[in-house]
Design a protein around this ligand. Structure first.
Ligand code: RB5
Length: 148
């Protein structure tokens, strides 16, 4: 998959870890920054990576900030984005199976590299289940002007 990455200063190190994991697992990465631990504003990076997903320039996105909360709130303002804040592998599976999440959000101050690996394994291995879940996701996407 082509994966858009974005993070603020508090998510920078986790983003770099995620980037290594993705490349090792055969994914293509488009990194929208940030590029250091210097203080920045998480919406700028969440919006840039999410727009790439929304417009089809990337298949999915992975975002991080300190908690993962800020980037998930920002990403969900972008049309076509279903961003899920995920803290464990079970939530990773369910965010894909039930919610068809196309952006994964994690907290750099909450999630260790080992926990991130388990979340990434689960998230990228799981597909949308469709069925009754499709009806629900469709209701959400009808609120969008872009429904990718
Ligand atoms: C930055 O200190 C922090 O507020 C940010 O990374 C994030 O956790 C916001 O939700």
């Amino acid at each position: 998959m082509k994966v858009a990455l974005g993070a603020d200063h508090a998510g920078y190190e986790l983003k770099e870890h995620v980037k290594r994991w993705l490349v090792e697992h055969g994914h293509e990465v488009v990194d929208f920054g940030t590029d250091s631990t210097d203080s920045v504003d998480y919406p700028d990076y969440a919006f840039a990576a999410s727009e790439a997903v929304s417009t089809g320039k990337a298949d999915v996105g992975v975002l991080s900030c300190g908690t993962g909360i800020g980037v998930s709130i920002a990403a969900n303002k972008v049309p076509g984005i279903r961003a899920a804040l995920v803290n464990d592998p079970e939530a990773a599976v369910l965010s894909r199976e039930h919610n068809s999440a196309n952006v994964l959000c994690m907290g750099g101050r909450r999630t260790t590299p080992a926990q991130a690996n388990a979340i990434l394994e689960a998230w990228f291995a799981t597909a949308f289940a469709g069925g009754r879940h499709a009806r629900r996701v469709d209701k959400i996407m009808k609120r969008d002007c872009r429904s990718r």
